[in-house]
Design a protein around this ligand. Structure first.
Ligand SMILES: Cc1cc2nc3c(=O)[nH]c(=O)nc-3n(C[C@H](O)[C@H](O)[C@H](O)COP(=O)(O)O)c2cc1C
Length: 168
C-alpha cells in the first residue's frame, strides 16, 4: 500500500493513486446555433440529485469543446457501451466522420444522440461551479432513456478500457 500521508500532493501521486478508481465513459454532445455538432469524452459523468433531477460532469479548463457546449446551454450525455471503444477513440481523436458514423438523431435539446449508447440524458445547463483546474457542470435533466438491450457499459480503469462482470 502506498500513500503520501498528507502534506504536499504531487501530480504523479494524485494520478498514480486515482487511476485505480474506475469510471464509465460518456460522450457529451451539443449542437451549436448554426447546426455544428460538438462533443467531448468524459469519465466524470455522475448522477447528482433526484429532486430536482440533476446530473454532472467535470470539464478541464483547457478543454476547447466545453466553452462551445456552455454557450449552447444544453447538452446530451451518451454513456458508451463496452463494445464502443472505437466510438470513444473517434471522439477523442476528433475523427472527421465521427458524427456521420455514430450519431443517430437528436435529443429534445437538439444535441446529437449516439447509436448504441447504454443510456442518454438530455440536459439544460443549470450551474457551473469552479473546481480547481476543472469546472463542475450541473445539468437539469429534460429527458432520458436507456437502450432496450440493457448493454454493459465501457469502463476506464488503470489507463485502459474494460467491461464489468455482470452482477450475480
Ligand atoms: C476515458 C477518458 C475520460 C476523460 N475524462 C475527461 C473529463 O472528465 N473531463 C475532461 O475535461 N476531459 C476528459 N478527458 C479528456 C477529453 O476527452 C479530451 O481532452 C477532450 O477531447 C477535450 O479536449 P477538447 O475539448 O479540447 O477537444 C477524458 C478522456 C478519456 C479518454
Amino acid at each position: 500500500m502506498t500513500g503520501s500521508g498528507g502534506g504536499g500532493v504531487v501530480a504523479t501521486d494524485f494520478r498514480g493513486v486515482l487511476r485505480h478508481y474506475p469510471t464509465g465513459v460518456a460522450v457529451i454532445t451539443a449542437r451549436e446555433a448554426d447546426g455544428t455538432p460538438v462533443a467531448m469524452v468524459v469519465g466524470t459523468f455522475t448522477s447528482v440529485s433526484l429532486e430536482p433531477p440533476l446530473v454532472g460532469f467535470l470539464p478541464d479548463r483547457s478543454s476547447t469543446s466545453w466553452p462551445r457546449i456552455r454557450r449552447v446551454g444544453s447538452f446530451c450525455v451518451n454513456v458508451l457501451a463496452a463494445d464502443q471503444e472505437d466510438v470513444c477513440r473517434a471522439f477523442v481523436t476528433k475523427a472527421p466522420d465521427r458524427f456521420e458514423r455514430h450519431a443517430a438523431g437528436d435529443a429534445v435539446s437538439g444535441s446529437p444522440k449516439l447509436a448504441g449508447a447504454v443510456l442518454w440524458v438530455d440536459c439544460d445547463i443549470e450551474t457551473v461551479l469552479p473546481a480547481g483546474d476543472h469546472e463542475m457542470v450541473l445539468g437539469r435533466v429534460r429527458d432520458l432513456g436507456v437502450s432496450p438491450e440493457a448493454r454493459p457499459p465501457l469502463l476506464f480503469w488503470r489507463g485502459g478500457y474494460g467491461a464489468p462482470l455482470p452482477p450475480g
